[in-house]
Design a protein around this ligand. Structure first.
Ligand code: CUA
Length: 155
């Protein structure tokens, strides 16, 4: 292949890749609804404990086998530190922090986000199998970081 032809091939390949990446970006934004956190999900960091739903952390049923689990992260614990749901339950985790940045990962699931002061994080997951999942803080948050955990029990 002549160098000129090769250059043309690589140029078209680059253009094609750019197109694929742009399509993926548009699909994630408009097809899958992925977006950056917006102002609806903000909370005044110093008033977290007075702001619903964080004034009453815990689990509540919001529909047939649908739950909302409101969690607070703080140095160095989660509140509540245990929730129990029936197998097949769809749980939406709604969480924030009362102090510094923490992590929130439910082991064995794709639930994995950060707890950022002033920001509400949410993610849903359906627990199909009975069992126990540890919730761990995966962002170093001080001396007690390794003690910061909670549990999801699926019955
Ligand atoms: Cu909280 Cu590490």
């Amino acid at each position: 292949m002549s160098p000129k032809k090769m250059e043309a091939v690589f140029l078209s390949l680059s253009a094609a890749m750019l197109l694929v990446f742009l399509l993926a970006l548009f699909y994630s934004a408009y097809g899958m609804g992925m977006h950056l956190p917006d102002r609806d999900d903000e909370v005044i960091p110093t008033q977290v404990r007075e702001t619903p739903p964080f004034d009453e952390p815990g689990l509540r049923e919001v529909g047939p086998n649908e739950y909302e689990a409101v969690f607070l992260g703080m140095a160095w614990a989660f509140q509540p530190n245990e929730i129990t749901v029936p197998a097949g339950a769809e749980v939406t985790f709604v969480a924030t922090t009362t102090d510094v940045i923490h992590g929130f990962h439910v082991e064995g699931t794709r639930v994995n986000f950060m707890l950022i002061p002033g920001q509400v994080s949410r993610q849903s997951y359906t627990f199909n199998e009975p069992g126990e999942h540890l919730i761990i803080c995966h962002e170093y948050c001080g001396a007690g970081h390794h003690l910061m955990y909670a549990r999801v029990i699926v019955e």
